[in-house]
Design a protein around this ligand. Structure first.
Ligand code: AMP
Ligand code: MG
Length: 336
């Protein structure tokens, strides 16, 4: 178990908040077959995204009133005329968690995640991988504490992820939480048994045998370009595919070795959202892995809600990182 030291209060409150949010998201998914609404940018959002953000932000603001909170979801979207049915469903559901809670309170709680980033702040992705959630696949609830541009605490709850990918005994229901505090290691909690176990990356260092993990949604990345880049290293195994920040957990526990999000061509200007990565980055780093951008720069979480200074993401078991960066460098050079 992680030592009871710096950030232990933050870690435990974040853990409890994501566990409650996980139960909420799973309940909504079981009942609803996960109906999705469209946000103004046409990306999908569900009753569970808003309910989970409301629960997490309310907990953080109650327990850490001085801290800023930056969440993905916007209460102005939830209160818009086209979302009335969504808001009333969020309210009905949340009343089973918080007796008598009103729609206005829920909008206020979702809005507690609208602070600006600063010296110390939390970032929340109430459901990362909403498309996976709606499809009945993987998704994650992610919460990270950032100080001076560095992630200090990260919690990634994956309510549908088995304790061991592909080896889940029929008797144990899935659900794990990955968590880490800087300098204190990373661990995984089984939601079914409550058992905590330390996380460690796969020690593999030969590029020929490494396991790539990638998004299920092919248009979230540039898979063909990524395959070409790592084929030069002798990469052979077919990729694992998984939605959301759960990919960081899969590398942290040694089931995969490399996750690439390499922008190229038209996507080169795209910058990643901080909440899509922060919690996963510290889990992987504390399990012995490494995360940089595609040029090898460390991720800088002090540039607002986007990773403005970073081009793409390279997350690995650490041992193959340098070789992968060199292969990317060569490919970038050839393509210009
Ligand atoms: P994943 O399941 O790893 O693809 O991650 C889901 C995340 O992909 C969501 O949080 C979105 O913010 C992000 N996303 C949505 N559209 C795109 C896109 N066109 N390119 C890259 N990422 C995207
Ligand atoms: Mg997300």
């Amino acid at each position: 178990m992680l030592a009871d030291s710096a950030y232990s209060k933050e870690r435990e409150i974040a853990l409890q908040a994501t566990i409650v949010a996980s139960e909420f998201c799973e309940k909504v998914r079981q009942d609803q077959a996960s109906q999705a609404f469209a946000k103004p940018d046409q990306s999908p959002v569900t009753v569970a995204d808003y309910g989970a953000q409301a629960l997490i932000c309310h907990t953080l603001k109650t327990r850490f009133p001085q801290d800023a909170v930056v969440g993905e979801e916007d209460p102005l979207v939830l209160s818009s005329p086209g979302m009335q049915s969504c808001l009333s469903q969020v309210t009905n559901y949340l009343q089973a968690w918080v007796e008598g809670v009103s729609s206005q309170q829920i909008l206020d709680w979702v809005g507690q995640g609208q602070d600006h980033t600063g010296q110390r702040f939390w970032t929340v992705d109430p459901i990362d991988g909403t498309k996976g959630y709606v499809r009945g696949d993987q998704y994650a609830i992610a919460l990270a504490l950032i100080e001076d541009g560095l992630v200090q605490v990260g919690v990634v709850a994956c309510p549908a992820l088995p304790v061991q990918f592909g080896h889940q005994p029929q008797t144990q229901s899935p659900g794990v939480v990955f968590m880490a505090v800087r300098g204190q290691g990373a661990e995984m909690l089984s939601l079914a048994s409550g058992k905590r176990s330390p996380l460690a990356v796969n020690p593999i260092s030969t590029p020929q045998g490494f396991q790539l993990i990638e998004s299920v949604e092919r248009d979230h990345g540039t898979p063909e370009w990524q395959y070409r880049v790592i084929q030069s290293l002798g990469w052979q195994l077919p990729p694992l595919r998984m939605d959301s920040l759960a990919k960081y957990g899969a590398i942290a526990r040694g089931e995969a070795d490399l996750y690439l999000r390499l922008p190229t061509g038209n996507s080169l200007q795209r910058r990643e959202n901080i909440w899509d990565h922060a919690a996963g980055v510290i889990v992987l780093e504390e399990a012995g892995g490494k995360v940089t951008d595609q040029r090898g720069k460390p991720l800088n979480f002090a540039c607002g809600t986007k990773l403005q200074e970073n081009e793409g993401i390279v997350a690995s078991n650490g041992h193959i990182h340098q070789a992968v960066l060199e292969a990317i460098g060569d490919s970038l050079q050839k393509s210009t």
